[in-house]
Design a protein around this ligand. Structure first.
Ligand code: F0G
Length: 434
């Protein structure tokens, strides 16, 4: 099938070969995306094929990404693909969270069930496959932690050398530990995410290293599988809303593209609305969309949030994300540190759990139902992007009342659960329990 890289800028639309090593359009600097001549596939047949593949013992069919490869047919040879059986993440219901969020019911799609514990695996398996196809030896990324953990795993599994650049002191230990354990060469840079991205782009160009940040169009292709799998799990009935946290806005771009393509192919009969939630201290996309994109996009120079995964002030994919939010008649919301922390504890009380950035979804839903943007009886899926164990330090501090916001302002453990220190004495412990 014909596949190309196309500039998304309406005024340009330049086309490039699918094997060109490009991250931006050489003509206008715009973002690039993969485009295919899908033709008119038999969608009933496709749905059946995808269902049948779930029964298979073949690695590619077991992957919750590559099982859907007909919707991102850029790869010429399956032997380039490295799979750790990514995707296959569950839909979980959270009645307590629904109540807290002002909804009759709420479903979580939990991407934290991925091999490295975040949604990045859905995109990384695709990006690493393309790196191997191109004959690359080294791959690099800047990361707030999850991209680097994922890239380290997939690159090492695929025999590539992973080079990781992270903001010094600003990612959780769980994520840093993963990068080290998966064998990545790890550079802790004294700068923030946005500054390091500029640095890594220079290094990638200079040293011929393949860049695997979400500006890489193949990462986006892989992440489309999150919404494809979601629709498959819902028997192709789209929800009213899909709610997700926004950082660099790669996932927003991927969800929108995946949904549009499914709609155009007739796999779903309407588009769900996207609700993107940012942390108050790192909310340049919220600010931009609040003015309906009328004033120029303003990067935030010093983003601040304890949800370090989304501590990004200059998200590269904002033009794609703007298009996708507008196309789905979506919204952008922002939430405070206190709101994120409390929502996270509630998600934990559902027996589900997630990392701080993911909890921005429930905090956002609570605000959006309070203002009537999301109706109480709406069918809502919140995407939990990372595993509860990614940032245990945050959890301990919250529950013991030691968590402080970036401005040193204390975060109240409104749903705190302090561990109790007891003597080694059955009577005393018995008294405490009763
Ligand atoms: N949630 C988690 C857990 C993340 O790790 C990220 C991004 C996001 C949400 C935001 O997604 O960037 O596509 O809008 N983490 C990146 C990283 C930036 O380096 O791991 P986005």
């Amino acid at each position: 099938m014909q596949s190309d890289l196309v500039c998304i800028s309406a005024a340009c639309r330049a086309r490039y070969g699918i094997t060109e090593v490009l991250y931006n359009c050489p003509k206008c600097g715009g973002l690039l995306e993969a485009r295919y001549e899908f033709g008119r596939p038999d969608v009933g047949e496709l749905k059946l094929t995808w269902r049948e593949r779930r029964m298979s013992n073949e690695p590619l069919e077991q992957s919750g990404v590559w099982r859907y490869r007909e919707l991102f047919p850029f790869m010429d040879d399956d032997r380039h693909i490295v799979t750790l059986r990514e995707g296959n993440t569950p839909l979980l219901s959270g009645p307590r969270a629904a109540e807290y969020g002002g909804l009759d019911q709420l479903t979580f799609k939990h991407q934290g069930f991925n091999p490295t514990g975040s949604f990045k695996d859905n995109g990384m398996t695709a990006g690493v496959a393309q790196a191997r196809r191109l004959g690359m030896k080294r791959v690099a990324c800047v990361s707030t932690g999850n991209t680097s953990a994922s890239m380290a795993a997939y690159a090492s599994a695929g025999g590539l050398e992973p080079l990781i650049f992270i903001p010094h002191g600003n990612i959780s230990y769980g994520k840093l530990a993963q990068a080290l354990e998966y064998g990545a060469k790890t550079f802790q840079v004294e700068a923030n995410f946005d500054q390091i991205l500029a640095l890594v782009r220079v290094l990638a160009e200079r040293l011929g290293i393949y860049l695997l940040n979400s500006i890489n169009p193949f990462r986006i292709e892989g992440q489309k599988s999150i919404v494809i799998e979601m629709m498959d799990q819902r028997d192709w009935q789209p929800p009213d809303w899909i709610v997700l946290p926004g950082g660099n806005l790669g996932n927003t771009s991927a969800f929108g593209k995946g949904l549009r393509e499914m709609y155009e192919l007739g796999l779903i009969n309407r588009l769900p609305r996207l609700a993107v939630v940012q942390a108050e201290g790192a909310s340049p996309f919220y600010e931009y969309m609040r003015c309906k994109g009328k004033s120029p996009f303003q990067a935030q120079e010093h983003p601040e949030t304890l949800a370090t995964a989304i501590k990004i002030g200059d998200p590269v994919s904002w033009p794609k994300a703007q298009f996708e939010v507008e196309t789905t008649n979506g919204v952008v919301e922002r939430v405070t540190e206190q709101e994120i922390a409390d929502a996270k504890a509630i998600i934990g009380q559902c027996g589900v759990g997630c990392e701080p950035a993911s909890a921005a979804t429930l905090a956002g839903i609570r605000n959006l139902t309070a203002t009537g943007v999301i109706a109480r009886d709406a069918d809502v899926v919140a995407v939990l992007t990372g595993n509860v164990l990614k940032d245990p330090d945050y959890i301990y501090r919250y529950h013991t009342g030691q968590l402080k916001g970036p401005d040193d302002c204390p975060i109240h453990p409104n749903f705190g659960n302090r561990p109790v220190v007891v003597p080694n004495d059955a009577d005393r412990i018995g008294e405490l329990i009763s």
